[in-house]
Each structure stands twice: as C-alpha cells, then as structure tokens.
Design a protein around this ligand. Structure first.
Ligand SMILES: [Zn+2]
Length: 202
C-alpha cells in the first residue's frame, strides 16, 4: 500500500540497490503460498484507489527476509522479478535497505517488526480484508487504533500483543490503525498462510 503515513511520522524511505533476484527456490515457495491468498482476494488490487494490497515474506537468514515487491498485488502469478531481499531495517528512521529487481513493499517495516518478535517466526503474511477486519477487530489480538502501520509505535504494539495476548498461539493479529489490515506469522510460509486461510474460511 502507498497510503500516506500520518503527519508527524518520519516518511517511509527505501534504500534500494537494484540487483539480482532472490533465490529461485524461495521465490517458488512464495509464489506457491501467495496463490491461494490471491485467489481469496486477500492479496490483490484496489481499483477504486488504484493501489495494490497484501504482501508476504519469508526469513532468509538472520534479520534478512525476502518480500513481495511494491505494487505487485494485481498479479495473478509472480516470478523472481517481483521479489526483493530486505537486508536491514532502521525502525526508528522508517528506513528499509533492500536489494533486488524491484523495490520492497512499503510495508516491509511491519514485516521486520514481526520477525523481531521471535527467531522462530520464519514467515509473515499481511492481507487486507474489510470483512475479516470488521469481524475480528477486538476479538483477535488487535493493535491500538491510533497506531499507524510502518511506525516504531506499531513495532511496540506487536511486542505488547506478543507478551500479553494469545498472538504467539493463534498466530493472527488485526491492525486497528491500518484499515482492513491483518497479519499472520508462522514457522513456515505454509503455517502463516494456513492460519490466515483458516480464519478466512471460518
Ligand atoms: Zn496493508
């Protein structure tokens, strides 16, 4: 998503080095688990606002992860040219360092905040769904409504949820301050994706 971040916050900045695509095996797995999310409309394109939504990532050693590129939501299938490796994140400066054929999603900061919660988190799924957001806000672990995505405050909110709620077990959270936004985490892409799809089907 490219919706503007609230005034008063440092704007998202991407330090992008154009380079080789991520490993083919990683890309194939990302595309495999993206497919059912796209089919369910949890990743896609908002024609009204002409903006893509939803993204997924997988840890690629240490703090690094591979994430879908910016403005790829409309694509039915994805290839190596649509993914980027995030090599470092400066949360307080809202700055992401990434390398690949396409810039990382502007929601990389949210993904980074989730990986920082636990070394066992190896995959992150972020979707948009008005229906799930309305239904689950407040009943699933939910970040505070006055906290915008892509901010240091959101990272702290996820830490709070990880400590104080069922988030580590249910693997799902709602972002009340990010319209229609939900996240899931897992030890694998399969686990993170299945958590979201199970919610969608329930
Ligand atoms: Zn979003």
């Amino acid at each position: 998503m490219t919706a503007p971040i609230d005034e008063g916050y440092v704007k998202y900045q991407s330090d992008w080095i154009q380079g080789a695509p991520p490993d083919e095996g990683i890309v194939a797995e990302l595309d495999r688990w993206r497919a059912p999310l796209f089919e369910a409309g949890l990743i896609g394109h908002d024609d009204t606002h002409d903006v893509g939504f939803g993204n997924l990532s997988v840890r690629a050693g240490g703090e690094e992860f591979v994430i879908s590129g910016t403005q790829t939501g409309h694509l039915e299938t994805t290839g190596p040219e649509h993914y980027c490796r995030v090599t470092a994140v400066e949360t307080d400066a809202n700055r992401v360092h990434c390398t690949g054929p396409i810039q990382a999603s502007s929601e990389s900061l949210t993904h980074a905040a989730l990986y920082a919660l636990d070394p066992d988190i190896s995959a992150v799924v972020h979707v948009h769904s008005p229906a799930l957001w309305q239904r689950c806000r407040g009943s699933l672990p939910t970040t505070k409504p006055d906290v915008s995505y892509g901010t240091p405050e959101m990272a702290h909110e996820f830490e709070r949820l990880w400590r104080e709620t069922d988030f580590p077990n249910c693997r799902l959270a709602v972002m009340a301050g990010h319209a229609d936004g939900l996240v899931s985490v897992g030890a694998s892409l399969e686990q993170a994706t299945e958590a979201m799809l199970a919610l969608y089907r329930s």
